[in-house]
Ligand binder design. Structure first.
Ligand code: ATP
Ligand code: RIB
Length: 307
């Protein structure tokens, strides 16, 4: 399977502080160690798609700083087409400060910088990458107005749109009209629908909500519990792989990117593709960091063969 994937989204340099426990408000604690790596939801998803074998292009923005150059190089090293990454002269490259405790739990603070300053100007000339693309993916770390305009253009090219509404935020209602697949986690889903996710019945009700808004396909990621899917071809819960997680940063991003490399664009093979995507995420959570932890197709296939 060799899909053609376009990602519109954020680019961050992540700094992770490894701590025994999270500090209380007003408290100062010492970090055991500190590390830095490429990240950002958009960039992670693009890298996951590319490492899983998809031809991948990126639409985004960085600052005119050394972090921007570092991130362009990181994406290029994964063979991602970066000619639609623009340089913002007024804002710095996005960054994230991640606190990771001894149990593998994380807290993330994001500085939007060039990601959040992005306007629809970034979409100039994207017809060349939308033509022939299978999927356009976006998230909520860049302005929704830009995603809305990109999704409209994608629909004109017959491209299937995937929205990962993360981090949790209210949505511009019109965006749902141009969304084919919505892939939130449990809390993001609840924020958008007002329906608390407690069981499969509440997930089916959430699917009804999105179907009424014109979104055909719902995928709810449930962390170590797996993924719920509700599409015209069927619905159900696909369990996650049982592994020992050390750092779940980018689990959701790996899932979205790896999935996009395997899915038919009518989602007719969704159940099989979900197994591949979850195997990929199960490898990510066993490694430290965002982008460095995202597996290649060979690594995912090897793990699938081992089961
Ligand atoms: P994050 O914000 O941490 O990147 P998320 O909240 O967007 O993640 P999750 O639902 O936590 O997304 O995880 C996405 C997928 O990753 C899950 O559906 C599952 O397949 C896999 N996954 C996440 N955590 C674990 C875990 N502890 N063990 C095994 N698989 C996991
Ligand atoms: O989803 C993980 C990502 O969220 C991190 O790489 C960080 O940059 C934040 O955007």
């Amino acid at each position: 399977m060799s899909n053609n994937v376009v990602v519109l989204g954020s680019i961050n340099v992540d700094t992770t502080y490894h701590v025994e426990r999270f500090p209380q408000p007003g408290e100062t604690i010492s970090a055991v160690s500190k590390s830095s790596a490429p990240g950002g939801k958009g960039a992670n998803q693009a890298v996951a798609a590319a490492r899983s074998g998809a031809k991948t292009a990126f639409i985004g923005a960085v600052g005119s700083d050394k972090e921007g150059a570092y991130m362009r190089e990181a994406l290029e090293n994964d063979n991602i087409d970066i000619h639609h990454i623009t340089t913002d002269k007024l804002h710095g490259t996005g960054s994230a400060a991640i606190t990771l405790d001894a149990n593998g739990q994380n807290d993330i603070m994001v500085y939007g910088g060039a990601n959040q300053a992005m306007t629809t100007d970034v979409l100039a000339g994207i017809d060349d990458i939308l033509e022939g693309a299978d999927f356009l993916i976006s998230q909520f770390e860049t302005p929704q107005e830009v995603t809305l305009e990109a999704f409209k253009q994608a629909k004109q090219h017959g491209v299937t749109t995937i929205l990962n509404p993360a981090p949790a935020h209210k949505i511009i209602p019109e965006l749902l009209h141009y969304t084919d697949v919505i892939a939130p986690n449990e809390s993001e889903c609840a924020l958008l629908t007002g329906i608390e996710i407690t069981d499969e019945d509440s997930m089916a009700k959430s699917a009804d909500y999105f179907h009424e808004q014109g979104v055909k396909h719902l995928l709810i990621t449930l962390g170590s519990k797996g993924v719920y899917y509700n599409t015209p071809a069927g619905q159900g819960l696909v369990p996650a792989f049982k592994v020992k997680a050390v750092d779940t940063t980018a689990a959701g991003d790996t899932f979205i990117g790896a999935l996009s490399s395997q899915l038919q664009n009518d989602l007719s093979n969704v159940a099989t593709a979900l197994v591949y995507a979850q195997r990929a995420s199960s490898l990510t959570v066993q490694q430290m960091g965002a982008m460095p932890s995202i597996p290649t197709n060979d690594e995912v296939e090897k793990a699938l063969a081992e089961k």
